[in-house]
Design a protein around this ligand. Sequence first.
Ligand code: HEC
Length: 484
Amino acid sequence: LKRWSGDQWGTGRIHVYVWVWIVLWTVTVVGLLASDIKHIRRASLDMALAEARIQLNWDEATRLWSASHGGVYVPVTETTSPNPNLGDVPERDIESPSGKKLTLMNPAYVLREMMAHYSNAYGIYGHITSLNHFRDETAPDNWERNCLSAFRRGVKEVWDVCNIEKAQYLRYMRPIHVEAGCFKCHADLGHKAGEVGGGVSVSIPMAGYLKRQVEENLAHTVSFFIIWITGISVIGFTARGLIRRTKERDRAEEQLRNTEKELRAVSTRLLNSWEEERKRIAIEVHEGLAQTMSAIKYRVESALTCMPERATSKVAGLLEPVIAIVQEGVSDIRRMASRLRPIMLDDMGILPTIVWLCREVTKAHPSLQIERTLAIEEGQIPEHLKVVIYRILESGLGLVAEAGHRGSVEISLEDEKGRIHLTIQTDGDMFAPSRCVPEDRTETNPSLSTITELAILSGGSQLAMPGEKGGSVLHVSWLLEDRS
Ligand code: HEC
């Protein structure tokens, strides 16, 4: 029974499967959420980068515009004084016809001033710089120095997310290439046209993007959580239904097993009482009737002995055959009794009884050759099966003998893989299934139906099939249950 339920889906197994599903589902959802969050982060960075590029495009356009004019003249004010670094340039300071003072503003200066305005208004910092800078304001910091040397190696742009004063910024930098117009003021540096003369960097504040990123992350997390909960509920409900149905099935199976057990008990009792009855009659016949007959024989014999002229007496001539008749009667009765129930079965066990049975059958039907294989020990056969095996063999051999079969019959009794196997094999088609249940529905052979009944009542499984060499095989097997 244990082996049987082991193959089934127990509730414990369902629990394991449910946990596996929950873990798989959770891993999937968390994985998708993680990849989503990564994308959101990437998108924020891309947007900041786009803003930085636009910013630098404008800066570049302004710088190139002012360089294309060789610098521009602006009025001198308190904040805009003449650039001392342009001291060598002729006409740095000029005067308008009305006497207004104007000074030349070089492109880097224009950009510096514009960027200062811009950073005050929007928090975006720009910086023009070069490795051989003119003034402190245009000196590169460490990050910019690295970028500038990277540009020299041919890198087109560099960006990075940095912390500036506890806030996150995207720093973006592009090189400035020297052109012919630059030599008006930068000739002494010995640059050639097209070389990297410096770089411009911008720092875009990430705060707005980060805020959006956090909001987006939260929204996605909530959605995924809802999806996750839905999945878990579906798994839970399915598992609950499955467990309920499994329990119902287990209960039904349990009931079935109990019924089967009861049925088995009843049929065993039935078989036993039947056998008991036979045994009782056999003993009575053997002890009572046979004894009486023997007494009659003895009496007749003594009467004959007392007769004076026995050889000539007419009465003696009539009585003498009576002794032979009674003698025959006694052996008939003995045979009858042993057919009802061989006392040997109880006294010596099934194996010697089988040997005896075979001998009896061959005695009655000399044309039969019975070969037997008994590869089992007496102790291995459960007590209640012994008489069943005997009856089946008796009926089977009877069937073979009745059918007028000549030739060999093989019988074998062996145990294999926890089962007892009983096989009767002939080279005629004695037990062919067509004989068991004929198609024209005439009476089934009574011996065969007896065998089937015995097999069923004793809890065995019976099988009649055509044999290998054209003969037929009758096979009955019983499961050897644990003694528990
Ligand atoms: C009108 C003269 C003038 C012209 C034209 C000019 N510059 Fe300058 N540039 C200067 C001066 C002066 C500075 C020094 C910083 C300041 O005072 O603004 C400077 C600064 C720079 C800097 C900042 C780093 C440093 O050296 O301090 C770079 C880079 C630069 N120039 C590149 C260029 C390029 C490239 C061109 C051509 C497209 C160009 N400049 C055209 C005068 C000029």
